[in-house]
Design a protein around this ligand. Sequence first.
Ligand code: EPZ
Length: 418
Amino acid sequence: MEKLVITGPSRLSGEVSISGAKNSVLAILSGTLLVNGVCRIENIPDISDVDVIIDIIKSLGAKVSRPDSHSVLVDSTVIASTAPDYELVRRIRGSYYLIGSLLSRFHKAEIAMPGGCNFGTRPIDQHIKGFKALGASVDDSRGVIKAEASHLSGANIYLDKVSVGATINIMLASCLADGVTVIENAAREPHIVDMANFLNAMGANIRGAGTNTVKIKGVKEMRGGSYQIIPDQIEAGTFMIAAAATGGDVLIKNVIPKHMESLTAKLIEVGAKVTELDDAIRVEGTDHLRATNVLTMPYPGFPTDLQPQMVALLTKAQGVSVMVEGVWDNRFQYTDELIRMGAKINAAGKMATIESVPELYGAPVKATDLRGGAAVVIAGLMASGITEVTNTVFIDRGYERFEDKLRSLGAKIERVEE
Ligand code: EPZ
């Protein structure tokens, strides 16, 4: 077991480059199963969730090679199984995308209920509603989802809840269906657009991604090609928050500034200076952060996946801040760890009230989940003394070389064996 040891406080400064988007890559690698040919994917982030999804698609028969740590070639011409290994699938949430791909191309899929971070119940009823509308029968009893169809036909599907996963899964399932599928009340996250661009590059016909109506005209076959994944909006946001929270001055390179607008607005509100460049953002912090209120929402709202990191920053923002979690039922587990470091946070249900403290103190803490892990690391950079973060496996699921990138910005952070 490993842990991160941080000696704070640090003022981050310098330049950092953002990796490819985790939540795109999981969907895109699953989407390669739709393709009767070879896909070359570039800008793959080197994170453990990618290793898991690659192991899964290999186990189904796809031939996968990695010419370098940021490129993957997948040849899905021959797929031998539509029932991926139970234990592998349960390790990542993104494995539910295999259902859409396998159902679309082979008309059947059998996979375990997906795993992932625990934020309360994580239903997939909207995915299932979509598959059924396309003509599949779906049985999700006993922890396994079995989907089958003799034929898939385009349909109009209205999502009762804006869901990233359901939007992408229905896009996948309908790529090879007969006729036109229309998804209404679709999610609009940057990785929805990335996914549609990837599928179109492989031969699909998808329009409207990035708006709340996505139209998919089924095609007979997808033949392969090359695609480059967009930069990770959440990794970029994590570094922006870390720069502001430590009173630092960081140039965050390889980002799409438009994707960061909700965070940029909040960082300016709390007193940071944010300068948008073509494909970079400079964040200059201040020693006098001010409190603010934040509500997380689907894109273009403030992302739930930056909620914990923002709360870490707000622990020292003068005054009382309120964070309302508008997406997940239970995403404040990590606040107990910040409280160990001296933060004053009262979290109940979907709301947390954060009263500023003059200082945080280093303490032994754990990553409760991926973004909660990033939040305690940021708090460790803000705190005086030594913070030890255990459960680093959560952080490694979604951040490429997190401590190396922070160290290059001047942080005193080491990974050691426990
Ligand atoms: C994706 O999860 C991301 N995961 C999450 O990122 C992210 O927090 C979330 O989108 C919201 O942006 C991946 O891409 C692998 P949803 P997803 O379906 O697709 C409800 C991270 O830290 N809902 O948009 O599973 C659901 O309960 C991770 O990188 C239904 O009710 O999220 C939630 O309240 C964690 N029925 C809301 O919708 C459904 O069928 C949004 O969920 C589906 C979802």
